[in-house]
Design a protein around this ligand. Structure first.
Ligand SMILES: Nc1nc2c(ncn2[C@@H]2O[C@H](COP(=O)(O)OP(=O)(O)OP(=O)(O)O)[C@@H](O)[C@H]2O)c(=O)[nH]1
Ligand SMILES: [Mg+2]
Length: 505
């Protein structure tokens, strides 16, 4: 890939701590740029006195990070912890080694341009993983002329230098942020170019159509043989269908990435908190026979077959007896509004009440599952009545009601299956698919799709200037595909994308 012609200066050498700040076995300071090796030469001392600029690429070396006397403020006592291993080329011969200080004992790796993460010379210094050693090594590289990297700047350089495109750069962030194996697989697929290849192939098809149209604009029909209008239309239609498929499947990728929110609601004492604990497989929330035990909403995340699900247990909805309950119930209702899926818990041992009716009316137009709990007790709830109410909704009522007993652990696996079925509408996608997982990509695809539909409409009209109109729509569609790949992108959008990264990546 070529270096991208963007207003960004790759002349300076950047540095950052690439591992999380805090205590750890090791911490890594990463340098990238023209001076990475020369800076490393100045601060690294190995026993055999070899220099990083002499090291072969992808080799690691044991040694010390040292600060030479010239960079140190002399101490009053003059005791500067001199060590013998240091040798500064800039110090006078007889002063050499006298005032050097060991900063840390390290392993240093050299990765030479162009085969490195950024395609520049990269040096990674594995220090002891503590805030002080890392900060001191970082400060030392800064004092030798490196500049502190901005968030995501290493990946930005990989992009600017043409090693990866923008979907791949975004995939790096997705990998770092993945919360489930399934999404990680999707993100890895994107990093390997799964999505870029699809977008590129779409772009090639549109460029072919564009060259046909331009031939029509430049030559008369007598000069060359032109593709029949119907064939052009067919080709555009194929591209339109392919883009539409990517847009239509984007929700799957978004769910794998963002997850969904599942809110448990119902009357007090129905078994909501018991259900929460069952889904979490641990005793997270208090369960007691006293109605009104849960007073505040409690959120936790589970991984349900690859989907991150935020499960929320809420306070039972009833006529509030005091101000605390009032607040709790208000919160329950606002969570119901935010939910992607609602788990409405009913107590089979109690009759259908006015409160059940109220809750049902609030959720009936939403995605919900009725969990009829306490099937171990004598049944008083008229489930047929509930099923009748569900009949007014599309779909089969038996898909919406699951009779369970949390106490006897009856039918519990059916709850998870029902949630998955609701999410995927019965069809579980393969994480290997090149799904769009990013809102930016989806918006650009929607814009490209709109242009192609306009192009098809223009083709159908009997205008003499149709090639110009169609060509301009197709060009615009190509522009949006280029924007996904980062081949045509505004610098501020680029900045916004990379600002989401962590420092050091
Ligand atoms: N018999 C029986 N009791 C159950 C079952 N599930 C839960 N319980 C009991 O019902 C009571 C209430 O359960 P919780 O899970 O606290 O109910 P809740 O809906 O969270 O109640 P609030 O927080 O008060 O709104 C507890 O005593 C549970 O042990 C069940 O399947 N069968
Ligand atoms: Mg509760």
């Amino acid at each position: 890939m070529r270096k991208r012609n963007l207003a960004y200066n790759t002349d300076d050498t950047i540095v950052a701590v690439s591992t999380p700040l805090g205590e750890g076995g090791i911490g890594i300071v990463r340098l990238s740029g023209r001076k990475a090796l020369s800076i490393a030469d100045k601060i690294f001392a190995s026993k055999d006195k070899s220099k990083p600029s002499e090291f072969k690429t992808y080799t690691t070396h044991y040694g010390y990070i040292i600060r030479h006397a010239s960079l140190r403020a002399p101490t009053k006592s003059g005791r500067n912890n001199p060590i013998e291993i240091a040798s500064s080329p800039s110090a006078p011969r007889n002063d050499r080694n006298r005032y050097a200080e060991i900063i840390d004992e390290v392993i240093l790796t050299v990765m030479r341009a162009p085969k490195s993460y950024t395609t520049e010379d990269v040096v990674e210094i594995n220090c002891h993983g503590g805030i002080v050693p890392l900060r001191r090594v970082l400060d030392l590289t800064l004092s030798h002329g490196a500049r502190l990297a901005q968030p995501g700047e290493f990946t930005k350089r990989a992009f600017i230098n043409g090693r990866i495109d923008l979907t791949q750069a975004e995939a790096v962030l997705d990998i770092i942020r993945s919360r489930t194996d399934s999404f990680m697989k999707v993100a890895l697929g994107h990093l390997e170019g799964g999505l870029s290849n699809k977008i590129r192939s779409l772009k090639e098809k549109l460029l072919d159509i564009l060259s046909e149209l331009e031939a029509r604009i430049d030559f008369s029909e007598d000069d060359i043989e032109l593709m029949p209008k119907e064939d052009l239309s067919k080709k555009l239609d194929i591209s339109s269908v392919e883009i539409k498929k990517l847009i239509d499947d984007a929700w799957k990728g978004m769910i794998l990435k963002e997850g969904i929110m599942c809110v448990i609601c119902g009357k007090p004492n129905a078994g909501k908190s018991s259900l929460m604990n069952t889904l979490l497989r641990r005793s997270r929330v208090i369960v007691t026979p006293v109605p009104g035990t849960t007073r505040d909403a409690i959120e936790e995340e589970i991984n349900l077959k690859g989907i991150p699900i935020r499960v929320v247990d809420t306070a039972g909805i009833s006529e509030a007896r005091d101000i605390v309950e009032k607040h709790g119930i208000r919160k329950s209702k606002s969570y119901i509004k935010l939910a992607d899926i609602i788990l409405f818990v009913l107590d089979l041992s109690k009759r259908w009440s006015r409160m059940d009716e109220k809750i049902f009316n609030d959720i009936k137009s939403r995605k919900f599952i009725i969990i009829a709990n306490k099937s171990d007790l004598p049944v008083k709830l008229d489930l047929n009545k509930v099923k009748k109410m569900l009949n007014s909704k599309p779909g089969k009522p038996e898909d919406e009601i699951i009779e369970i007993s949390m106490l006897r652990k009856r039918n519990l696996d059916r709850v998870e299956d029902a949630i998955l079925k609701k999410i995927w509408h019965g069809e579980i996608p393969h994480p290997e698919g090149a799904f769009v997982t990013n809102l930016r990509h989806r918006k650009d695809l929607e814009a490209a799709h709109k242009c192609i539909r306009e192009a098809i409409k223009a083709l159908e009209k009997k205008s003499t200037v149709f090639p110009e109109i169609v060509a301009s729509e197709v060009k615009e569609a190509v522009f949006f595909l280029n924007s996904i790949l980062g081949d045509a992108i505004e610098p501020d959008i680029l900045d916004r994308i990379f600002s989401k990264f962590c420092i050091g990546k």
